[in-house]
Write a protein that binds this ligand. Structure first.
Ligand code: FAD
Length: 400
């Protein structure tokens, strides 16, 4: 039997990832009724290992809302990162260069789960295991039809607004007519192999390597787990990458005199296609888009989670003002106007950093050698140009 229920709320939030759950917390703190739905269970959401670098701008936003405590308790502060090529190593002291700002390394899954707990403790409503299937808009309201995974229970949520925080593959993005927004999209000509392994830290800072065979990176996750990335051909097959080949390649690309890359059990490896995407504007009638649903930023520079959280902060503030000051719906355009310049700055930073430390893909070996030397020259300027180093450090530690 098909069971149907109807719910009414002010803001229906699609997705309990960082954008959705932060938005829910701030709305709740300000007395605005909301319901969050996510197609996965809390445990399944927790199991997704993703980002780890939380930038200073995000920390300041979370502090303002009293939500940064667990990051300070359990995260690691970072103020430097290293760039390597086979010929030199540059330590970028971005904390000092930026005037004292730092990153905190704290796994996204833990941060997200902390936010879920805080939202539930504050009496927030969240429906785990419910998938949004359809969004219908009228002039006066917006409705989300959702159904419980693996059952016949369907729920219709009627709201003033829907926040589309359901990621790139969610239904919010798909429910917007093509002609209603401008879409900017770029597919990069290579992929990344993302690896998680049980290896204690080889260094406390992140290491990025530019190598004639391609990019590689090392990142600390916690005292037992390390993350690594390798640039691989766009259409490579993950089955080509045995554990042995991964370690040999990492050893080669990250090599530095008197530094040893530790090895250990690889427990996750996956291919990531690299793309950039932005939707403009971030509002379609009563649907407001945030996080990966509205923009994808390559993982280079660690901006995706941070932009998602910062979107949620501005969206919450805009909705709070809308309700408290009884504004007209066009007031909500402010959200797009405020966020898009930051989103584009993050895109531009990530794009520039990607080009600086990746082997360019080209059919012509002579073109590739030439462009590799240009990348080396750019990288070296982190050491030789104070202006470039300061500007890079400022954007790396937090777009402001
Ligand atoms: C390997 C990897 C490493 C990364 N590293 C970094 C990093 O170091 N720093 C950084 O800043 N960013 C990083 N990112 C990017 C970052 O993880 C994302 O930008 C961030 O998760 C975006 O948050 P979000 O809330 O917008 O979307 P998501 O985290 O994708 O959350 C969307 C939620 O919506 C739910 N959902 C989807 N469809 C529906 C539906 N139809 N109905 C109901 N619910 C639905 C999903 O279950 C999910 O919980 C990384 C990403 C990956 C994959």
């Amino acid at each position: 039997m098909n069971t149907q229920t109807a719910l009414k709320t002010s803001v229906c939030i699609l997705g309990a990832g960082p954008a959705g759950i932060l938005l829910g917390n701030i709305l709740l703190q300000n007395g605005i009724d909301c319901v969050i739905i996510d197609k996965y269970s809390r445990e399944e959401i927790y199991a997704r290992g993703r980002a780890g670098a939380i930038e200073s701008t995000t920390i300041n936003l979370l502090k303002k809302h009293g939500l940064a405590d667990t990051i300070f308790q359990n995260g690691y502060a970072h103020d430097r990162c290293e760039f390597r090529s086979p010929y030199y190593s540059i330590m970028l002291e971005y904390g000092k260069l930026s005037g004292g700002d730092v990153h905190y390394f704290y796994p996204q899954s833990d941060l997200n789960d902390d936010f879920i707990q805080k939202y539930l403790d504050a009496g927030g409503k969240i429906l785990f295991g419910y998938e949004g299937k359809k969004i219908v808009q009228t002039d006066d309201d917006i409705t989300v039809e959702c159904s419980e995974q693996d059952s016949n229970i369907t729920i219709t949520i009627q709201a003033d607004f829907v926040a589309g925080c359901d990621g790139y593959h969610g239904i919010a993005r798909q429910s917007i007519p093509e002609k209603a927004v401008d879409i900017y999209h770029k597919q990069y000509p290579y992929s990344w192999l993302a690896i998680l392994a049980y290896v204690p830290p080889a260094a406390k800072h992140t290491i990025y390597a530019l190598h004639p065979d391609g990019f590689a990176a090392y990142m600390l996750r916690n005292s037992k787990v390390s993350r690594y990335y390798l640039q691989i051909p766009l259409d490579d097959d993950i089955n080509n990458w045995s554990d042995e080949r991964i370690w040999t390649t990492l050893q080669k690309r990250l090599a530095l005199k008197e530094w040893t890359l530790k090895e250990g059990e690889i427990f996750e490896k996956r291919m990531m296609s690299l793309r950039s995407y932005v939707m403009e504007p971030l509002r379609y009638k009563r649907l407001l888009m945030a996080g990966d649903a509205a923009h994808i930023i390559t993982p280079m520079g660690g901006k995706g989670l941070n932009m998602a959280v910062q979107d949620a902060g501005v969206l919450a503030e805009t909705l709070i003002n809308y309700y408290q000051e009884e504004q007209d719906i066009s007031y909500l355009d402010r959200y797009s106007e405020i966020r898009l310049p930051y989103i584009w700055r993050a895109q531009e930073f990530s794009y520039g950093m990607l080009n600086m430390i990746h082997l360019p893909e080209s059919e012509d070996p002579s073109d590739m050698r030439f462009r590799y030397k240009l990348s080396e020259s750019k990288l070296a300027q982190l050491n030789t140009s104070g202006t470039f180093a300061r500007d890079f450090a400022r954007n790396y530690v937090g777009i402001i």
